[in-house]
Design a protein around this ligand. Sequence first.
Ligand SMILES: C[S@@+](CC[C@H](N)C(=O)[O-])C[C@H]1O[C@@H](n2cnc3c(N)ncnc32)[C@H](O)[C@@H]1O
Length: 205
Amino acid sequence: MARVPHDISWDEYNAAQAGREPRASLAAALAAVGPLPDDGEPRVALDVGCGEGIEVSALLDAGWEVHAVDGEAAPLRRLAERVPATQRERLHVHHLAYADLVALPEADLVHASYSLPYCPPAHFPRVWAAVRAALRPGAVLACQLFGPHDDAYGDPEMTFHTAEGARALLAGLDVVDWTEEDADGQSYTGPKHWHVFHVVARRPA
Ligand SMILES: C[S@@+](CC[C@H](N)C(=O)[O-])C[C@H]1O[C@@H](n2cnc3c(N)ncnc32)[C@H](O)[C@@H]1O
């Protein structure tokens, strides 16, 4: 089982997320998508590194068809168990480690909150290419990338980017929102200095 750097399991972290509100990055992504056409067609969303699936549930509640991707089996199982029967056919669960992630389903919205930095550097280019390839024309991507001032910087199992490097990853996308957080704060395991690029971007239609 993958470890949260360095003292708790991802299962413990994810289980502790139960009951929290959906992340602001999901609201930002949905705002960038705008109102869905009233044509009865469910739009497709993808949550990469969804963990407990709080945002997956919010997307299902909002009528989306959702692909939930994570490397941990336990939170995906809890997600599948708690989703109401009326939503089950719109949920697709993918138990997939970054090491094995080659392609992702195409989507109109791709959300990846605080998950992509935990992809090891050896796998990041392939995983990022899969995320980019999953974006349909006009699709919105919301994610966080971590910068070099982050307390976790230097963890060999994580991937960090300078602001320039993160911007380069977004080449060809329209950046809807770019917020750099470089501040002391809290993490699940205690106080932490965060250096985070909060990104919302759209593939041009
Ligand atoms: C900080 S959590 C974020 C979870 C959720 N998106 C959120 O916002 O709460 C990071 C997620 O990445 C997943 N993860 C960590 N390492 C992974 C790996 N090597 N392959 C796939 N998923 C991984 C963990 O299981 C966890 O759900």
